[in-house]
Design a protein around this ligand. Structure first.
Ligand SMILES: Cc1ncc(COP(=O)(O)O)c(C=O)c1O
Length: 387
């Protein structure tokens, strides 16, 4: 086997997505072969015991190199889910007694993990409602080791100024970790903006076809090795078949996400003019409060948006969703197919309606993951359902 001759630092994102990391087989095939063996001869292995749970099989090497290169990082690890990436990524940094500054409006699973950090690991977490240097400065302690952020946010697509936050963290000797799932490396490259660590739910845009679960962490080789040790013990590895599926899927990430960017912008503009829609949350719209920051730190505005139906009639909302033909009302996001969810019923159903109201999540809010179908067909589906 020989590694593909293409190198990450001399080629563009689409070429990285297709070629970097690929391990050509002895037969001359252009794809990394699937190596599902769990019993692997080890006598000639220089003490490196090959075993899938240790993250040292060829399918892991291939896809982790590709992901590291896409984000411009030194190293990466691919895990079983986005949640395992969050858990391993944080536990590789924080020990009992440490303190974390974490954005308040983050993915619900990450919020749930905060409770575990507090109760089982004695790691103190302060949730920050407005991610500005001033509010971080008010909550920082001598024990603070990490600032954790997510932008654009779920489901209101708020934008956090990454460079501003990472500069503040650097000035205070604190690491930053960002959930880059919504943007994907096609639209946002946080390491270039000063972030230390990136995590992804690769279940979303990296997988892109709504048929696999995976997570990823990107950072220095030293940090990723710490993550690997923890993840091997907790058993957070991904099997060779899904690693191969992920490698295959990432090859088209640029093409998919660019089509989703274009579709989402056209649809957001159309929705914002429709009388049946009270509000559209999409950073690509000039009316979005984070538009200028998004323009600065993102190369595309992404395929995610949310919108509020006019009025307060939940029957009208449910009727609208039931009338959709091409768009599915389904969990997850980032797939080639357009999907919608009601955050009040899914990602935010565990919190009270009063708390949701405080966060700006109304019962009429719909989260929309725009797919790669033709924009006009998506608009027709919306138009008919809105009538
Ligand atoms: C922004 C974000 N981060 C992390 C996760 C967790 O990823 P997974 O479901 O792959 O564990 C999700 C899942 O929806 C997500 O949307």
């Amino acid at each position: 086997m020989s590694e593909s001759k293409h190198k990450q630092n001399t080629i563009g994102l689409n070429s990285i997505a297709v070629h970097t990391g690929t391990i050509h087989d002895a037969f001359g095939g252009v794809n990394t072969p699937i190596q599902p063996s769990t019993a692997i001869e080890y006598l000639s292995g220089n003490g490196n015991i090959p075993y899938p749970r240790n993250f040292n099989i060829p399918n892991h090497e291939a896809v982790s190199k590709k992901i590291a290169a896409l984000e411009g990082g030194e190293s990466a690890i691919v895990l079983a889910t986005g949640m395992s990436a969050i858990a391993a990524g944080i536990l590789a940094i924080a020990k009992p007694g440490d303190h974390i500054l974490m954005q308040n409006n983050i993915y619900g699973g990450t919020r749930a993990f905060v409770e575990l950090l507090r109760e089982k690991h004695n790691i103190n977490v302060t949730l920050i409602t407005s991610m500005t240097p001033d509010s971080l400065a008010q909550s920082v302690t001598n024990e603070t080791v990490l600032v954790y952020l997510e932008t654009p946010t779920n489901p209101l697509l708020e934008i956090i100024d990454i460079a501003l936050i990472t500069q503040w963290a650097k000035d205070n000797g604190i690491l930053t970790m960002i959930d880059n799932t919504f943007a994907s490396p096609v639209n946002q490259r946080p390491l270039e903006l000063g972030c230390d660590i990136i995590m992804h739910s690769a279940t979303k845009y990296m997988g892109g076809h709504s048929d696999l679960m995976a997570g990823a962490l990107i950072g220095t080789a030293e940090y990723i090795e710490k993550c690997r040790k923890i993840s091997a013990i907790y058993g957070m590895s991904l099997n060779a078949v899904d690693l191969s599926l992920l490698e295959r899927s990432i090859k088209t990430i640029g093409v998919r996400v660019n089509q989703q960017n274009a579709n989402a912008l056209e649809i957001a503009e159309w929705l914002s003019k429709h009388p049946g829609i009270a509000k559209v949350h999409y950073p690509g719209l000039q009316s979005h409060p984070g538009h200028d920051i998004a323009k600065r730190q993102m190369s595309g505005f992404g395929g995610m948006m949310s919108f509020e139906l006019a009025g307060n009639d939940m029957e009208y909302r449910d009727d609208f969703l039931q009338k959709l033909r091409m768009i599915s009302v389904a969990t997850s996001l980032g797939g080639v197919e357009s999907t919608m969810t009601i955050p009040a019923q899914t990602s935010h159903y565990l919190i009270t309606s009063e708390e949701r109201a405080l966060l700006g999540i109304t019962d009429m809010l719909i989260r929309f993951s725009v797919g790669i179908e033709d924009a006009q067909d998506i608009i027709h589906d919306l138009e008919r359902a809105l009538q």
